[in-house]
Design a protein around this ligand. Sequence first.
Ligand code: FE
Ligand code: FE
Ligand code: ZN
Length: 277
Amino acid sequence: MLHIGCHLSSSKGFAAMGRQALELGADTFQFFTRNPRGSKAKELDPADAAALVELLAEHRFAPIIAHAPYTLNLCGAEEKNRAFARDTMSDDLRRLEFVPGQYYNFHPGSHVGQGMEAGITQIAEGLNAILTPELHTTVLLETMAGKGSEVGGRFEELRAILDRVELSEKMGICLDTCHVSDGGYDIIHDLDGVLTEFDRRIGLNRLKAIHLNDSKNPPGSRKDRHACIGEGEIGLEALTQIVRHPALRDLPFCLETPNELPGYQREIALMRRQAEP
Ligand code: FE
Ligand code: FE
Ligand code: ZN
């Protein structure tokens, strides 16, 4: 069975997200670990986290995805920005130990004119500073659209980061369909070719989750504007091939489409139908 869910608000706590996911027909979901633009996290309630752990097990959820605030930048130009990103990510990982065995996804960063090589080095150094052997969370680098000075728009860049992380076994990749299409990978006409390229550059065994989004822009636009399923340039047919692909179909799929909850519920049901041959 397809594992699919959507991005949910964490404002009512952990267990409330699990219940919300069940109501939407989801068996995975994603949430921001704190305000996506801000920095302050709410006090963690261990009983609430334990209730979510129980719900996930009882309903056989696929791994869920905690998403780091997208303003963090492990390769910011100033050390104080890099330190802030490291401290925030460390704190997120500490808190996620209360919901062990899940994924922590983050945007690799923007090198802000320092150059791709410097950016990759700083991201790997940041990860080496925060990863520990005791962690029960797998940290995912998200594939990016490559807008501005974003690192991670090319598979080679993600591979270069992984190569420099000492505890590389704690790391994986989350593939965002809008981002890779905007980044110039032709998942519409040549999904097999893109996955072969991914396997050659990174290794498909590293691929742990999919952000399932349509795109408002054509392939290669480097824009990163998500569209609802079937309403964008990728289209329902290509997205159906993605959820059905033998190399992908057992992964957790997470919608980040511009929807309220009823829209997410419809898209979850739609993709569950589409996934059946
Ligand atoms: Fe993201
Ligand atoms: Fe994404
Ligand atoms: Zn995006």
